[in-house]
Ligand binder design. Structure first.
Ligand code: DC
Length: 222
């Protein structure tokens, strides 16, 4: 079974998808981490983010893996060609680079193949931007999470602060809005709800309430 959770930055996708996966005993797959890994590889290897053919080649040539501890739902480690890059992909440098990496059709094709491969062996809660539209258009449950821009900016700012990043709130909001615009206006697999996705505005909702709501959709679909 596939539970697809899509939505813009800081709409609560990760927190909700992780809690949901743990609750219902499925694997959680963070597809954003995969695009971040490609952006990281490009910066490390000096591949220009706008060179579509070089980026495609890069994406097809690397191996992205997630390591799960025992039967845990949530991967502890992201590996790029066997090297742990879990912390490296959460930096402002990657935040800035990732939309350009995610725009290239060949990069997306390689990531979609890998996402389908990873989810082929186990029930998965998959989080991203195009899961319900492109990666798994026949997912049993599709949810598109939103929240007001104010609330999303607040969430992203406090998440960064928790990790010791003191970027000012207005810069966080600008960066987030720039990324969402890039993600929703790109030609290939833009950020948008699937026609048959359940849209859930999480503004003012607690994580538990959102998880409870989606868990009932999953129970209905099972
Ligand atoms: O969810 P995130 O912020 O870690 O995603 C990082 C970037 O990758 C973001 O710019 C959107 C893009 N992305 C995408 O295009 N498709 C996905 N399925 C997941 C993420």
């Amino acid at each position: 079974m596939i539970v697809a959770i899509d939505g813009p930055a800081a709409s609560g996708k990760s927190t909700v998808a992780k809690a949901l996966a743990t609750r219902i005993g499925m694997h959680y797959l963070d597809t954003g981490a995969m695009y971040r890994s490609i952006a990281f590889a490009a910066l490390e290897q000096g591949v220009p983010l706008h060179d579509e053919s070089a980026m495609g080649e890069l994406a097809r040539g690397v191996r992205i893996e997630f390591a799960y501890a025992g039967d845990a739902s949530i991967a502890t480690t992201v590996l790029l060609d066997g090297v742990d890059i879990t912390a490296e992909i959460r930096t402002p440098r990657i935040d800035e680079a990732v939309s350009a990496a995610a725009r290239t059709p060949e990069v997306r094709a390689a990531m979609v193949d890998r996402q389908r491969e990873i989810a082929s062996c186990t029930d998965t809660v998959m989080e991203g931007r195009d899961i319900g539209t492109v990666v798994f258009p026949h997912a049993e449950v599709k949810v598109f999470l939103t929240a007001s821009a104010d609330e999303r900016a607040r969430r992203r700012h406090s998440e960064l602060a928790e990790h010791g990043d003191d970027t000012a709130a207005d810069r966080v909001r600008e960066g987030m809005e720039r990324r969402d615009l890039a993600d929703s206006s790109r030609k290939t697999a833009p950020l948008k709800p699937a026609d048959d996705a359940i849209r859930l505005d999480t503004t003012g909702m607690s994580v538990d309430d959102v998880v409870d709501t989606i868990a009932t959709y999953v129970a209905d679909a099972r």
